[in-house]
Design a protein around this ligand. Structure first.
Ligand SMILES: [Zn+2]
Ligand SMILES: [Zn+2]
Length: 181
């Protein structure tokens, strides 16, 4: 049913002659899945359900995976768990297509990678953060302020960094900023 070089290519031909309402679940567990050069999953788990409808094959999926992202603040790499679900109709003909405009190919082979990629990409934040309170990098020396402090930042009594404890530096910086504006 699924192809060994691309496990996410499923042949749904076996359901074509089944009565409307028949469905079949296909579980997936892949240690690694490369969807594209910019989207690589580890620990990919999914259940794909193929259902025979009068209009075509309804493919739905529950997806779970981990991907490595770069934190928008501190630039460190971190593992982001992702979860998504989808339901799309691969129609038998043009008359029955939905908004997604998917048609069941003649050979009944469905490559689910583009669909999975599209849905998982929606789950990735535009500015991903390694942790919600990531303090980012010191703009002066580049130290990662979540794990260390530097001479430009000291922690106040709440443990929050106080920016530019050195007043002369703060003045120099605000002067530099006002000059560039
Ligand atoms: Zn971070
Ligand atoms: Zn610093």
């Amino acid at each position: 049913m699924s192809n060994s070089s691309n496990p996410l290519c499923i042949n749904v031909g076996f359901l074509l002659n089944q009565p409307v309402g028949t469905s079949h679940d296909i579980p997936f567990e892949l240690e690694r899945l490369d969807l594209s050069s910019d989207l690589i999953f580890t620990g990919f788990e999914a259940v794909i359900r193929i259902g025979r409808t009068p209009q075509g094959m309804l493919v739905s999926g529950d997806l779970r995976a981990i991907t490595k992202l770069e934190c928008a603040r501190c630039l460190s790499k971190f593992n982001q768990p992702l979860e998504s679900e989808f339901s799309e109709l691969y129609a038998f003909n043009r008359k029955s297509t939905t908004e997604s405009d998917l048609i069941l190919p003649e050979d009944a082979n469905l490559d689910l990678r583009p669909l999975i990629r599209e849905y998982m990409m929606l789950e990735i934040a535009i500015n991903p953060l390694c942790r919600s309170d990531c303090r980012g990098l010191c703009p002066v020396c580049g130290e990662n302020l979540t794990s260390t402090t530097c001479e430009h930042h000291t922690l106040n009594c709440e443990g929050e960094p106080t920016k530019y404890s050195d007043n002369s530096l703060a003045r120099a910086l605000s002067k530099a900023i006002s000059e560039t504006e």
